[in-house]
Design a protein around this ligand. Structure first.
Ligand code: AVJ
Length: 332
């Protein structure tokens, strides 16, 4: 067969150079300063993240894959076939693609903020699955309710509105959110599932509390890929704001904050650093830190409670032999 089929694609929102970025500037002006981790994912940042997942120290991706490999059959007894599969933070779309044979989705709707990267990976995936309707959504899914009009019209046009909806949120990306924000996002995911046919739910990967040295090594690898990923944020900010961060003058810091149960990543100024952009500037003292990411590590019983609070039914739970990473199925 000769097929030249492009997936449908809706670009709802993307951080653009030249636009004003009040949220970004406000974070830079605060003390301590902070930048949202969503700004990691320009085209290079998405690729650096993919490289991180190959590192020996970065256990989450391969541990989660092992949980899916070992318990896939058990999961398939709960997760409905023929669902509309919504993939949050799809990135390379590889994890969802591995579920296609098991879940036989009726449509695939990946959502990612890194629009250009998603467009490329999705086009390749559509070639391999020419009969599976695919709709890419380029958006920041912390505003998931915006799934609304575009996606709903697209589903209605294919008579898929009444299929069950499975929200797939792997990789412990939920860890980027403060517990309150995580709850808000799960509530939105619940609303999205509830709007579809019966049997839907949320399939989500969550990283767990474990010994500090394992955690800190995973976020400060020997090759320095995570350090490059962290500093690349400054290159992205330079482009977005027309700012003049010198990435080489910032040291990568990753530490486990046990009180908050989260890995924190920071960039620490080596020497006094003044950063300028049209309309503003900020001076950082030697050793001052810019907070770039939280990655929460959950206890499974606490996460199960969060799912119930968000409105889901009693969750199913699978883990690996070490109890390092959990996958939950939370039915609507
Ligand atoms: C994509 C948010 C799950 O927190 O482990 C990896 C991002 N940051 N190494 C994580 C990340 C540094 C990752 N998430």
């Amino acid at each position: 067969r000769y097929i030249d089929q492009a997936p449908q694609f809706v670009q709802l929102h993307q951080p653009r150079p030249g636009a004003s970025h009040p949220e970004l500037v406000a974070g830079l002006m605060q003390t301590p300063a902070g930048i949202s981790p969503k700004f990691f994912y320009d085209a290079l940042g998405s690729r650096l993240f993919d490289a991180i997942t190959e590192l020996p120290e970065y256990y989450p991706t391969r541990t989660e894959a092992a949980v899916f490999a070992q318990h896939g059959a058990g999961m398939a007894r709960h997760v409905p076939e023929g669902a509309v599969l919504l993939d949050l933070g799809a990135g390379s779309c590889a994890k969802a693609a591995r579920l296609f044979p098991v879940l036989r989705p009726s449509a695939y709707v990946p959502v990612d903020i890194s629009v250009d990267y998603l467009r490329d990976t999705l086009a390749a995936l559509q070639q391999r699955h020419p009969d599976l309707p695919m709709l890419g959504l380029g958006m920041d899914f912390s505003t998931l309710f915006a799934l609304g009009a575009d996606a709903n019209a697209w589903l209605a046009g294919r008579a898929l509105s009444q299929q069950p909806r499975v929200v797939f949120y792997p990789g412990s990306s939920i860890g980027n959110f403060l517990p309150d924000q995580a709850l808000a996002l799960l509530c939105q995911a619940h609303a999205v599932c509830e709007a579809g046919g019966a049997g839907g739910g949320l399939l989500i990967g969550v990283d767990r509390v474990k010994p500090r040295d394992v955690l800190e090594r995973a976020y400060d690898d020997e090759l320095g890929v995570t350090a490059a990923f962290n500093r690349n944020l400054l290159r992205h900010v330079n482009r977005l704001l027309n700012a003049d961060f010198a990435p080489a003058a910032w040291q990568h810091v990753a530490l486990f904050n046990a009180d908050e149960s989260r890995i924190e990543m920071h960039l620490q100024a080596m020497g006094t650093q003044t950063v300028r952009w049209p309309g503003g500037e900020r001076t950082f003292a030697d050793g001052e830190r810019l907070h770039t990411e939280n990655s929460y590590k959950w206890q499974p019983q606490d996460f199960a409670m969060l799912l119930r609070e968000a409105g889901f039914g009693a969750p199913k739970h699978w883990t690996d032999a070490n109890g390092w990473f959990s996958v939950f199925w939370a039915p609507v």
